[in-house]
Write a protein that binds this ligand. Structure first.
Ligand code: C2E
Ligand code: CA
Ligand code: CA
Ligand code: CA
Length: 276
C-alpha cells in the first residue's frame, strides 16, 4: 500500500490522527461514499508474458473522500467487512466491473475480469443469484468472470458447497495471496480452485533469498501438477519476470506493466500493447 499511495498514505494516517477521526466517522463517511459518488473501480492488467497479451484485469476499489483524501483499501475494506457494508460495496464493484467488461468486449478486447470477493459475500444466501443477474444484465459469458478469494478470509469447509454452486455458473475461482495463510494446502484440497495467485511477498524475495526462490518454484510446480493456472502478483522487475518464466509461470501482474488505473487509461495499454 505504502508504495502505491506514497505520501498520500502517510498524509492520510497523519490526518486521521490529528483530526482524531474515529472509526465511527470513517464508517459514516464510507456509508455515504456510494451515494456521494466517491468510489471508483480501478483495473490492473494481467499479462501473458509468453504471448505479450493482456489476458485479463483485476478490479480494485478506490475511495476518495473530499476531506480525508484517498483512503487505502487496506484501511476501509476490513471496516466494511466487519460491519457488513462490504455486501453493498462488493455488489457495486461487481456490477461496475462487469459493465466495464462488456464495454471492452464490445470493442473487441475479449479479456477476463477478476473481482475480489469477501467471505461475507460468499456466505450471503443470495450470492449465486446476485452474480448470475449481474452477468445476465450485462450479457457477459460467465467464463470471463473470475472470483478472487483470499486465504486470509476464514473460508470454512461448509463454504465449499457455495463455491461449487458459483463455479457451476461457469465462472472461475482464484485463490489470492497464496502461501500466506495457515492452511494453503487445506484450501486447495477442499475447494474447487482454478487458479492460484502467488503472493507478492514470494515474488519480492525470489530473486535474492534462496529459500524463497525454492518456495516459489514449489508453488509453481504444485499449481502445474494440480492443473491450475498460476499468476504471479506484485511483479516489479524484469529480473523477477525472467525467473518466473524460467519456472513456467507466464501470467504476470504488477507495477512492471501497470499500476491499477481507471478504465480509460487501460484503453491506451490495449491499443499500444505491452511491447517486447
Ligand atoms: P489484493 O487483492 O491482493 O490486490 C493486490 C494489491 O497489490 C493491490 O492493492 C494492488 O494495487 C497492489 N499491487 C499490484 N501490483 C503491485 C506491485 O507490483 N507492487 C506493489 N507494491 N503492489 C502492487 P490495493 O488496490 O491497495 O488493494 C489492497 C487490498 O484491498 C486487495 O489486495 C484486496 O484484498 C482488497 N480489495 C481491493 N478492492 C477490493 C474489492 O473490491 N473487494 C474486496 N473484497 N477487497 C478489495
Ligand atoms: Ca486480489
Ligand atoms: Ca493478492
Ligand atoms: Ca493482498
Amino acid at each position: 500500500v505504502a508504495k502505491e499511495y506514497g505520501s498520500t498514505y502517510h498524509y492520510f494516517t497523519r490526518l486521521l490522527r490529528e483530526k482524531n477521526v474515529e472509526r465511527s466517522n470513517l464508517l459514516n463517511a464510507l456509508h455515504q461514499a456510494l451515494e456521494k459518488d466517491e468510489l471508483e473501480v480501478y483495473y490492473q492488467p494481467k499479462v501473458n508474458y509468453y504471448t505479450k497479451e493482456i489476458t485479463g484485469v483485476e478490479a480494485l476499489l478506490r475511495w476518495t473522500h473530499p476531506e480525508f483524501g484517498k483512503v487505502p483499501p487496506d484501511k476501509f475494506i476490513p471496516l466494511a467487512e466487519e460491519t457488513g457494508l462490504i455486501l453493498k460495496l462488493g455488489n457495486w464493484v461487481l456490477r461496475e466491473a462487469i459493465h466495464q467488461l462488456k464495454v471492452w468486449h464490445v470493442e473487441g478486447n475479449l479479456i477476463t475480469m477478476a473481482v475480489n470477493f469477501s467471505i461475507r459475500q460468499i456466505q450471503h444466501p443470495r450470492v449465486v443469484q446476485t452474480v448470475q443477474s449481474a452477468l445476465n444484465d450485462a450479457g457477459i459469458d460467465p467464463k470471463y468472470l473470475e472470483i478472487e478469494l483470499t486465504e486470509h478470509t476464514l473460508i470454512q469447509s461448509h463454504d465449499a458447497a457455495k463455491i461449487h454452486e458459483l463455479k457451476d455458473l461457469g465462472l472461475t475461482i482464484a485463490l489470492d495471496d497464496f502461501g500466506t495463510g495457515y492452511s494453503s494446502l487445506k484450501y486447495i484440497k477442499d475447494f474447487p480452485i482454478d487458479c492460484i495467485k502467488i503472493d507478492r511477498s514470494f515474488v519480492d524475495g525470489m530473486t535474492h533469498v534462496p529459500h524463497i526462490a525454492a518456495l516459489n518454484s514449489t508453488i509453481i510446480h504444485l499449481a502445474k501438477q494440480l492443473d491450475y493456472e498460476v499468476v504471479a502478483e506484485g511483479v516489479e522487475t524484469q529480473e523477477q519476470i525472467d525467473m518466473l518464466m524460467k519456472e513456467g509461470c507466464y501470467c504476470i501482474q504488477g507495477y512492471f506493466f501497470s499500476r491499477p488505473v481507471p478504465a480509460a487509461e487501460l484503453q491506451e495499454l490495449f491499443d499500444r500493447g505491452i511491447g517486447g
